[in-house]
Design a protein around this ligand. Sequence first.
Ligand SMILES: [Zn+2]
Length: 264
Amino acid sequence: MKFATQETGFWLIHQGQKIYFPNNNLAFGSAIELEAVSKRIIQIGEWENAPLYLLEESQEEREWTGLRDLLHLPKEKFNLLNRGVELNHFFKTHQFCGKCGHQTQIAPDEWAVQCQNSACHYRTYPVICPSIIVAVRKEAEILLASHQRHIRRDGSAGLYTVLAGFVEVGETFEQTVEREVFEETGIKIKNIRYFGSQPWAFPNSQMVGFLADYDSGEIRLQEEEIVDAQWFRFDQPLPQHPADGTIAAALIKATLEICQKEAN
Ligand SMILES: [Zn+2]
C-alpha cells in the first residue's frame, strides 16, 4: 500500500461503480488538493504517464459517471477503472481473516489482504469469478436471447444478447459453454473457439468469450432466466443489443462477419 500526500497524479474517485470523471477525464492533483490526505489511498497503476490512485468516497455528492458509461474508453483505461472498482470491493468484503477471524490489512507488496494475527498471517487474494459468454451461429443466423433482468415494464423482451453464465467448480470453460447454451435454450453446439476476455467489475467477474456453431436441437427456453431466444439473420436488423465496448458486442459483430463471409 502506498500513501500519497505530496505526490500528484490521477485519482480514481468512486462510489462503488460510480466514477468521478469531470471534463471527460479522471481528477488530477495532489492528495492535499483533493482533500484526501487522511483517507486510505493506494496506487493501482498509471494513467496518462502519471500515478493512478484509488479513493472511495462514501459520503460526498459529486457528478458521478457510471462505469458502464465509460465503455468507449480505450480498453487499457477501462480495465484500470475495473481494477480499481474490483479491488475496492475485495478490500471491503475481506476486512477479516476467513481462517481465524482476526482483522486484515492490505498487503504491502501485492494485491492481497493479510491477516494481522501474528500466529496466522493468512493471505487472501482478490476473488475473480470466471463467467463464459458465447455467440452461437447457425449458417446465416446468430442466437440471441433476452433475459428476465432485461424485461421491459410492459412485460415484453428488452435487450437481446449472447448467452452467458458462471463457471461451476470443477468445470472447464468449454463444458460451461455447452452446459449454459443447452440449459438456457435447449441447443447443442460444436466447434467452440476461444475469442477473448474482459474483466467485468459488476462486481468481480472475468468474462471469457467464445464463438460456437449450432449442432442440433430446437429452441426450448429456460423460463426462469430467459424471456425469449431467437435466431437472427445477419442481413436483417437486430433487436436492441449490447453497447460497443462490451465483449458481448464484439462477439455479435464477429459472428455476423462470419455469417456474411459464409454467405458470399
Ligand atoms: Zn487469520
